[in-house]
Design a protein around this ligand. Structure first.
Ligand code: 5GP
Ligand code: MN
Ligand code: MN
Length: 333
């Protein structure tokens, strides 16, 4: 039995046309999978869709159907009265693309982040979902639509990436049942995971090498971190998306509860990524620093140089970890 918001979303799909479809900036597998899967469904319903994002689509996702249809906000004329946003917790994360939303527009907000501020005129925010792709799958169910292979490929991509390859704590029975369903449609699980998770570019591997040199850990052994400077990124010849996943190295160290990456961004700005294992709500911490996310994966961008940001963030995380029980699964040497 689907929650009533699914009916709201299905009605929105039926009722409106000439839709602007948006996702968060620097889109990941779930953002792209959910918006492109939904775009396919809307096209099946005879609707016209416009896809816009502030950032170029990473090469590894270009195999997704309709991925080549994305435009930059500057390339699009006028504003839209009917908009759906996917995998995005607040309007700020839509970036400049959010400027294409007309005053008084109908805006459906489809998302799964705990920190979602319900910025839509209609909101389908399902905190039980591991991925926004899971929500889009259930919208299709609500609509009574059969999935074709293109749509299933999109949805599998977000499901597998947001669960870390079906390994994170958001991997539920429903997630695996949906995944199985998508395989029945004909999805090639190895092919997708190979493209979007396994294959690394050369600069990406070089960046892992230099990043591991920066590993640090606090006295308790429950917090570990890495630092990625602009210089490191340049030396490796890498780009923004190559930083993704580096936070897992500190997170995965035995005994660690919170893993953090500090990444030098634009001058005076540091992008912080948090991952926790069992008890610390890093979404709440990221929110305090002006970001957001989930209880076990979150991020924010903080003003200041790397050392200053590191000091501030580590102090706050130490406080959170000190007040949190040691999970029985956690063992530090
Ligand atoms: P990552 O650390 O991989 O960039 O992001 C982890 C999670 O935190 C994702 O679910 C992402 O949506 C969320 N997140 C990361 N950075 C920000 C941010 O600056 N603002 C908000 N609201 N969420 C973020
Ligand atoms: Mn995302
Ligand atoms: Mn997501």
């Amino acid at each position: 039995k689907l929650k009533p918001e699914y009916k709201t979303a299905a009605d929105f799909f039926h009722k409106h046309d000439n839709l602007l479809l948006l996702v968060h900036e620097k889109p990941d597998g779930d953002a792209l999978g959910s918006v492109l899967g939904a775009a396919k469904l809307l096209q099946q319903l005879g609707k016209t869709v416009t896809l816009v994002n502030d950032d170029p689509i990473p090469d590894k996702f270009m195999f997704l159907p309709l991925a080549d249809r994305f435009q930059l906000p500057e390339q699009v004329e006028g504003t839209f009265h009917n908009v759906i946003s996917f995998d995005c917790g607040d309007r700020k994360r839509l970036g400049r693309s959010g400027g294409l939303v007309a005053e008084g527009a109908n805006l459906l907000n489809v998302d799964h982040h705990v920190t979602n501020d319900h910025f839509g005129t209609e909101n389908l925010v399902d905190l039980d979902a591991a991925a926004t792709c899971q929500i889009v799958f259930k919208i299709a169910q609500q609509l009574g639509m059969e999935l074709d292979l293109d749509t299933a490929t999109c949805l599998y991509t977000g499901l597998v990436t947001d669960t870390g390859g079906f390994r994170y704590s958001n991997t539920t029975e429903e997630v695996l049942l949906i995944a199985a369903n998508l395989l029945t449609v004909g999805v090639s699980p190895y092919n997708i995971v190979d493209r979007v998770m396994e294959t690394m570019t050369w600069p990406q591997v070089l960046l892992i090498r230099s990043t591991l040199d920066t590993l640090g850990r606090d006295e308790s052994g429950r917090i570990a971190w890495v630092t990625i400077t602009r210089e490191m990124l340049e030396t490796a010849g890498g780009c923004d998306e190559d930083v993704e996943g580096l936070v897992n190295y500190p997170r995965n160290v035995e005994g660690v509860e919170v893993g953090i990456s500090f990444r030098e961004g634009l001058p005076g700005k540091v992008k912080v990524s948090f991952r926790s294992k069992y008890v610390v709500d890093v979404g709440a911490i990221a929110l305090e620093f002006g970001g957001g996310g989930h209880a076990r994966a979150a991020g924010c961008t903080v003003d200041g140089d790397v050392e200053a940001v590191k000091a501030r963030v580590l102090t706050r995380v130490q406080e959170a970890v000190a007040g949190a029980p040691v999970h029985p699964e956690a063992t530090a040497e």
